[in-house]
Write a protein that binds this ligand. Structure first.
Ligand SMILES: Cc1ncc(COP(=O)(O)O)c(C=O)c1O
Length: 401
């Protein structure tokens, strides 16, 4: 097609946001930069040898079906293992209600396909998870945002938004939210269920980080309070490896039927060999022990980051104290620009994600996401000290939004 020809793209992609974080990471790629910008699990903890052994076992066996086409729902023994893990948390999930997806990101796309008509209201937290905003945007919903408080979603506002807009989906991350690190209290969870109960809507509870808890007490899933109306999204990306793209959706029967059709149309099934490999890994090794070592390391890194923030940042800078997951959230004094801080921080060789892309319709904000899972405690100390210096410069220059 020559340059003067109009490319007949479909309208559904118009206005779908590009990943701001990937753009930012291009700036933060220099080896001299200490980056708190990424959102990756720590690769030093990938169970390489164990996975190698499982792959060898599978490939040296005689079962040639490991490389064959397979059913759309996913490998049943793997779905049984997932159901069993829920059972240990007191949740009764039938393996037939689990669909294995290509990461939980595909779960978001499939839910968009199955539920969202153009103009439908979708309730989402603010700040909200970028990947969900991107996945749902293709289906052109009206996003209705509800702010987060230190106790989780603002339930008063949520009630008003639900009553005013009648959302078909409420997309929520109650544990160690991305980007804020905030967790919902038990009371917030109960209230969310009360608000949604009986309405013609589903709550999508996305929980990629729930197992990675390093302090505090586990809370009930929203599914506990609202089983018929909750769709769960899960993933092994943060607890085993993200490269496998092994996620899942838990949904009621009628929803499963639709999701399976959408999944079939998208890719027939999730990589079968990798499902078998993951199943063998879960059968032969103690994943809970592995998760405990991830949680221990991230807990030490989060603690180091908080201690460094307390030492190096002015007292007016607020921050969350996550009990798990991979992120914490800074709030600069009112009116100070996270984007300007980013520019100053890059000059100091430290990177983070300015809060902008996690909001709707705000061009500049005073919040920042910091990742602690990928930096060792020495780099955390140095990086936070440098960031403290950049904050001082920002305040000194009175650079405001
Ligand atoms: C809240 C949230 N949901 C979903 C995902 C996607 O995870 P997956 O690798 O399973 O696609 C992520 C990844 O960072 C996430 O933070």
């Amino acid at each position: 097609m020559n340059a003067s020809t109009h490319i007949p793209f479909a309208r559904r992609m118009d206005g779908v946001p590009r990943s701001f974080i990937r753009e930012i990471l291009k700036v933060a790629i220099s080896p001299d930069i200490i980056s708190f910008a990424g959102g990756l699990p720590n690769k030093d903890l990938f169970p390489l040898e164990e996975l190698h052994e499982c792959a060898d076992l599978l490939l040296s066996g005689s079962d040639r079906n490991i490389l064959q086409y397979a059913n759309t729902e996913g490998y049943l023994p793997l779905r049984e293992q997932i159901a069993e893990r829920y059972a240990r948390k007191g949740m009764v999930i039938n393996p037939n209600n689990i669909l294995i997806t290509n990461g939980s990101q595909q779960g978001l796309d499939l839910l968009g396909k199955v539920f969202i008509n153009e103009g439908d209201a979708v309730l989402i937290e603010e700040p909200g998870y970028l990947g969900a905003i991107q996945a749902f945007s293709i289906f052109k919903p009206e996003f209705c945002t509800v702010p987060l408080t230190p106790d989780g979603i603002d339930t008063e506002k949520m009630k008003q938004v639900v009553e005013a807009t009648h959302p078909i989906l409420a997309y929520l991350i109650p544990n160690f939210q991305n980007p804020s690190g905030i967790s919902y209290t038990e009371d917030t969870r109960r209230k969310v269920a009360d608000i949604c109960r009986g309405k013609s809507m589903f709550v999508v509870e996305d929980d990629p980080y729930g197992d990675i808890r390093f302090s505090g007490e586990p809370k009930h899933s929203l599914h506990h309070y609202l089983p018929e109306q909750t769709i769960l999204l899960g993933t092994f990306s943060k607890t085993v490896v993200p490269a496998f793209r092994m996620g899942w959706i838990v949904a009621p029967d009628e929803v499963m039927e639709r999701l399976v059709i959408a999944k079939q149309a998208a890719d027939l099934h999730t990589d079968y060999f990798t499902q078998r490999l993951l199943h063998l890994y879960l059968a032969n090794y103690d994943i809970d022990k592995h998760i405990a070592s991830i949680s221990k390391l991230y807990g030490e890194q989060a603690e180091a980051m908080i201690a460094a923030i307390e030492r190096h940042f002015p007292a007016e800078v607020q921050f969350t104290r996550p009990e798990g997951g991979m992120f914490l959230w800074l709030t600069l004094p009112e009116g100070q620009s996270a984007m300007r801080l980013f520019d100053l921080a890059i000059r100091e060789n430290v990177a983070f994600v300015p809060g902008n892309p996690f909001y709707f319709g705000k061009t500049d904000v005073n919040t920042c996401r910091l990742n602690f899972s990928c930096s060792n405690v020495q780099d955390i100390e140095i990086g936070i000290r440098k960031l403290g210096k950049a904050i001082e410069q920002l305040q000194h220059k009175h650079i405001t939004i």
